[in-house]
Design a protein around this ligand. Structure first.
Ligand SMILES: Cc1ncc(COP(=O)(O)O)c(C=O)c1O
Length: 443
């Protein structure tokens, strides 16, 4: 039947489009598709930028906009953003090859590895592509993987591993916590696993998993098991000492604490992981995500030799080069301390407001984000638009068991490290005022 103009569908279409335009609605996830209002309050749609939206007139040279304080993407530094407007160049030309090569070498410093057998990868794609890399290259169909279950993102990693044929055991923890070391030890002594995966910061709960002791445990109890870290919400804001902790893989993305636009999957694999790739009895079960296809390309770029398997994104690689240059201009310890200080401030403010965090145990609280339970009677769907009007964008819940009960505050990158910015103070004030406007009285 020919498609006809259906004016009555207009609001529905506008609703769909607005999900991309208006940052103020709680996101839809596979668990939350039902909870969007049918009607749209168009006053919430972005308008011509107005200076009054900006949290600080000195914020940047970017057009005024509400400050993005979700747990990624995050606010951009001007120089990172501007490096995207590099003129077009060949992805195999000497200029870009040098930039890409330096970028890969800088990643070794960010992950704190000096082991020449460790291999960085920068591929076009989002953080999820890192899961595919692990599942398609390091695990063969039928092999056992132990997934430490911390929430939405560890569940996603487990699903991805299953898609490629892994035999997954999930060691799940109650919402707001992580599997404890004795449970992990028990699981590892009961079965031989090819790999264990841990979500360093589960962005659905703000739970931080400690890596150093976990890794020592795995090396002691099950030395052949590869230790794979989802560092999408931790790399560049939580300490990761790749060599010293004996990690085998850390996968991350450009848009969180690294502070780049979204679009790059960034990972580091140990010599042991690369050997596991070489030792496969069967070929990798992906084509674009085949590390066998990409390894020579990454090695050539780092050696400043042109190479091609699939076209990289020069603009994004320029942005990553700029952000890594900025990150590495200071000791990493300062960067981690800066995130901890901002996180302590946010968490104290949350407690002073009489609110509770999803991650209840202070030792298990991430430093680049905070997941905050809403007080009784306050709905995220009411509070988030009020915050947006005050120039602050927070995220709604995403963990299926508590999805409507909490909100998420991202505090990573320039918003916490640039001393000229007042984003965090402004956000705390907006939260206090917004809650009061929703009828909340702090105890
Ligand atoms: C911990 C974690 N893992 C994986 C992902 C997936 O990354 P992306 O959305 O970039 O595909 C995310 C996204 O927020 C995440 O927070």
């Amino acid at each position: 039947m020919p498609r006809q103009n259906q004016p009555e569908n207009h609001p529905a279409r506008l609703s769909l489009i607005s999900r991309h335009l208006a940052p103020v609605y709680p996101i839809n996830t596979p668990f939350t598709v039902e909870r969007h209002p049918d009607t749209i309050d168009t006053s919430l749609l972005p308008k011509t930028p107005s200076r009054s939206l900006s949290t600080s007139s000195k914020m940047s040279s970017q057009p005024a906009h509400p400050t993005l304080l979700i747990p990624g993407p995050i606010e951009f530094d001007d120089a990172v953003l501007q490096s995207m407007s590099h003129y077009s160049e060949s992805h195999v030309g000497a200029g870009f090859v040098a930039t890409f090569g330096e970028t890969l070498s800088m990643l070794r410093k960010l992950f704190q590895t000096s082991d020449p057998s460790a291999q960085p990868f920068v591929l076009s794609g989002s953080g999820t592509l890192g899961w595919d890399l692990v599942a398609a290259n390091l695990i063969e169909p039928g092999e056992d993987v132990l997934v430490l279950g911390t929430g939405y993102f560890s569940d996603g990693f487990a699903d991805c591993l299953r898609v490629y044929g892994a035999n997954v055991t999930e060691l799940k923890a109650p919402v707001g916590t992580k599997p404890q070391l004795p449970e992990v030890e028990k699981a590892l002594s009961e079965k031989k696993y090819k790999a264990i995966t841990v979500t360093h910061v589960d962005t659905s709960t703000g739970v931080l998993s400690e890596l150093k002791d976990l890794s020592a445990l795995v090396h002691r109890v099950s030395p052949d098991t590869l230790i794979i870290v989802d560092g999408v919400c931790s790399v560049a804001c939580e300490e990761i000492d790749f060599d010293a902790w004996g990690l085998d893989g850390v996968v991350t993305a450009s848009q969180k604490a690294i502070g780049c636009p979204a679009g790059l999957s960034i990972s580091m694999f140990s010599g042991r992981a690369m050997q596991a790739l070489q030792n496969r009895k069967t070929p990798p079960t992906a084509y674009f995500a085949s590390m066998k296809n990409w390894t020579p390309i990454m090695q050539n770029y780092e050696a400043k030799k042109p190479s091609y398997f699939a076209t990289p994104s020069p603009q994004l690689v320029h942005a990553l080069h700029t952000s890594l240059s900025q990150i590495l201009a200071k000791p990493l310890s300062e960067r981690f301390a800066g995130h901890k200080a901002a996180s302590d401030k946010v968490k104290k403010a949350i407690a002073d407001l009489g609110l509770k965090q999803v991650a209840a145990n202070p030792d298990e609280q991430a430093h680049g984000m905070t997941a905050i339970y809403l007080p009784g009677g306050v709905k995220g769907a009411d509070l988030l638009p009020i915050l947006a009007k005050k120039g602050v964008v927070f995220a709604g819940g995403i963990h299926k068991e508590i999805v409507t009960k909490y909100i998420r505050f991202g505090h990573m990158g320039v918003s916490v490290l640039d001393p000229k910015r007042t984003d965090i103070d402004h956000a705390i004030k907006a939260l206090e005022e917004g809650l009061a406007e929703c009828g909340y009285k702090k105890p």
